[in-house]
Design a protein around this ligand. Structure first.
Ligand code: BEZ
Length: 240
């Protein structure tokens, strides 16, 4: 259901903490948000391995100044309200002001898709609805990435969906601590939602990063821990 209607008409968008989604609304878009033309979409989660948007062109690229973290609770895709999963969001990369951004770490790799002009409205509509679990629209500069580690030629401004720190599903953990990582791994291991097992989402992201020869410590450590849990519990679930 896309909209909650009461006797007086559509209700104000509100966060339903039981369902873990925005009700009567979509992903948060600022009124001043201007949709770029052409529209490029940058995916750093499931869009890395499942291109389920129509597109005319795509490339592997990266953004700068952010880190990808499994800090967003998922109650409508990779978990349920009773067993929320974890999916990725973007967190600003903290780096010393004295270090130029280009020399700092803080790269997030993903895939940029150019959406056909005539499909933009339909794609945004579907994505805004799908990302109703606390995400907002963000415009980012994406640079093409080559598997040999060199930058490619293309640079585009692209739309990404980001669950910022103030969204109700934001659920950070201390990913420098064994306890934080292990609890997150347990959650990912044991959660499944309408879009499938949470661990499939993690493994496929790990496979994508491996294929483009990028080491992401946060993702790699969660993959390692969830695979160990899977081994102990003898319930294999491999990414394709
Ligand atoms: C992503 O991979 O970033 C993504 C996936 C589905 C909808 C929007 C973004």
């Amino acid at each position: 259901m896309r909209e909650t209607v009461d006797h007086d008409g559509p209700s104000e968008p509100h966060w339903d903490s039981t369902l873990g989604v925005w009700v009567g609304s979509r992903a948060r878009a600022d009124d001043s948000f201007v949709v770029p033309s052409p529209l490029w979409l940058f995916g750093y989660g499931s869009l890395c391995w499942k291109a389920d948007v129509p597109y005319e062109e795509q490339f592997v690229g990266f953004i700068q100044g952010y880190e990808r973290k499994f800090f967003q609770a998922s109650m409508d895709h990779r978990g349920t309200p009773a067993s929320p999963g974890r999916v990725v969001t973007l967190v600003k990369h903290a780096h010393p002001a004295s270090v130029p951004l280009s020399e700092a770490e803080g790269l997030v790799h993903g895939v940029a898709y150019r959406i056909p002009d005539e499909r933009v409205e339909e794609v945004l509509d579907a994505l805004d609805y799908r990302e109703k679990g606390g995400y907002s629209r963000l415009l980012l500069d994406v640079t093409e990435w080559c598997a040999d580690g060199k930058e490619g030629g293309r640079r585009v401004t692209a739309l990404a969906y980001c669950g910022n720190e103030t969204n109700p599903a934001y659920d950070a953990f201390d990913d420098e601590s064994d306890e934080g990582l292990q609890q997150a791994a347990h959650r990912i291991f044991s959660s499944t939602g309408p879009s499938g097992p949470n661990r499939e989402y993690l493994y496929r992201l790990g496979d994508f990063l491996e294929a483009i020869k990028v080491h992401d410590r946060h993702v790699a450590e969660l993959v390692r821990r969830v695979r160990l849990l899977e081994g102990k519990n003898d319930e294999p679930c491999r990414g394709a």
